[in-house]
Design a binder for this molecule. Structure first.
Ligand code: ARG
Length: 414
């Protein structure tokens, strides 16, 4: 017997067509199970279809955040977070992070590093329908040089924070790096994340120092590619960005201090820029209160403003940009706050929306399945009141969320 199909019809007052870059009015979207089967202005609604009335709303493709850390829950105290939380403390609350992210309209994420393989468990539980959340592509343990952004630096050497070294991403030299990549893939990684440079929210001296050699990064990329995986590189400093791009990574994360040469190389190689340009505000207003050491706050001051200016430069030069926020730096569910900054620093509102839909799906190699409201794609659909092209901050208040044809949230006023 034929499976009973679940038909839904969405009446969209306005629909953001991210492929054409325009807003259409009075559209009907037909959904069968998890897929969009038709979109158009005057489609007949089949008998028995469930009608979802969004005629007072603007309907958009589900949003995609290409840089989250859903297994990490930002706490109120730096030392508490580092030294007292067990893997179980982190795991039991992580489903709240996935739910908040989905409720904010983000139907897919690339989760770029987590502890204890909680990311793999979240992804699997979401895919099985056990807990609500965005579709996740996960990176498991981020690869980092000893003493780098992924290590624990600044404390007594007697504090050995990981006894099982297969349970970290610390790796030095091409051989160890290959081993870590293999280990990550074995445990379920969809992407490989490397720390090409030092970072801000960790105690090593510099934020931007290039901490992996070209040879090391080439090993990471080559090994990842053997397994059919792509590499995302955390990189603040210009030299580290350059080496990562030359090594063949797919995206540069943060990109704070990128220079003209980096821009040229990224354009030439088609490397994506995923820059978390909201976070500076949150860190400077909240992190001192949380007990973060002054040197970390100082590092933020040294890169935050430049990151925004350099983002604008890269946009002007035509570097490919995808939306990614480093969620966990700020409370989960606030992912859309970055839209405002993307528009302030160079993108038009439609381009900002494209960065979180069409472009993000392209970076994630999911373009044929999501990223636009198009016949044949998954029904990942969100809606807001008002028109986000007039006021991009409207995206911070998503009222309707459908993921793969299932309605997760509908707070649309009738
Ligand atoms: N995870 C990043 C790091 O610690 C966060 C950087 C946040 N700051 C910023 N301006 N985007 O390096």
């Amino acid at each position: 017997a034929q499976a009973q199909s679940k038909l839904k019809a969405i009446k969209a007052g306005r629909l953001v067509d991210v492929v054409k870059g325009t807003v259409l009015t009075n559209q009907i979207i037909l959904i069968d199970n998890d897929k969009i089967v038709d979109v158009g202005p005057s489609l007949a609604i089949p008998q028995g279809a469930e009608v979802i009335d969004l005629s007072n709303a603007t309907v958009l493709p589900g949003l995609i955040d290409c840089h989250t850390h859903l297994s990490m829950t930002p706490g109120d105290n730096y030392y508490e977070d580092i030294f007292r939380k067990t893997p179980i403390d982190k795991a039991v609350v992580a489903h709240l992070n996935t739910q908040r992210t989905l409720a904010a309209g983000f139907t897919m994420v690339r989760d770029l590093g987590g502890s204890d393989l909680i990311d793999v468990s979240l992804r699997n539980a979401i895919n099985a329908g056990t807990i609500p959340g965005p579709r996740m592509l996960v990176a498991t343990f981020a690869l980092s040089a000893t003493g780098g952004h992924g290590d624990l630096t600044g404390f007594s050497p007697e504090i050995d924070w990981k006894t099982n070294k297969d349970y970290t991403g610390i790796a030095d030299g091409p051989d160890e790096i290959r081993k870590r990549v293999r280990n990550n893939v074995k445990f379920g990684a969809d992407w490989i994340k490397i720390h090409a440079t030092a970072g801000v929210l960790s105690e090593e001296g510099s934020a931007g120092a290039a901490l992996y050699s070209l040879e090391e990064m080439k090993a990471a990329v080559d090994e990842a590619h053997r397994w059919g995986k792509k590499v995302a590189a955390h990189a603040h400093g210009a030299e580290g960005i350059k080496l990562a791009v030359l090594a063949g990574v797919t995206s540069i994360e943060h990109g704070s201090l990128l220079d003209d040469e980096d821009i040229k190389l990224m354009k030439k190689n088609g490397t994506w820029l995923v820059s978390d340009i909201y976070d500076d505000d949150y860190i400077l207003s909240e992190y001192a209160k949380k007990g973060y050491p002054a040197k970390i706050i100082e590092k933020e001051r040294s890169v935050g403003k430049l990151q925004r200016e350099n983002f604008q430069k890269a946009v002007k030069a035509g570097v490919k940009v995808a939306y990614g926020t480093d969620a966990a730096v700020y409370p989960h569910g606030w992912n859309a706050k970055q839209f405002f900054y993307m528009v302030k620093f160079g993108l038009t509102p439609i381009q900002a929306i494209q960065s979180a839909t069409l472009n993000a799906a392209d970076l994630l190699e999911w373009k044929d399945r999501t990223g636009s409201i198009t016949k044949g794609k998954l029904a990942d659909i969100v809606a807001v009141e008002g028109n986000p092209l007039d006021d991009i901050t409207i995206l911070e208040k998503v009222k309707f969320v459908m993921k793969e044809g299932s309605v997760y949230k509908n707070e649309m006023a009738k």
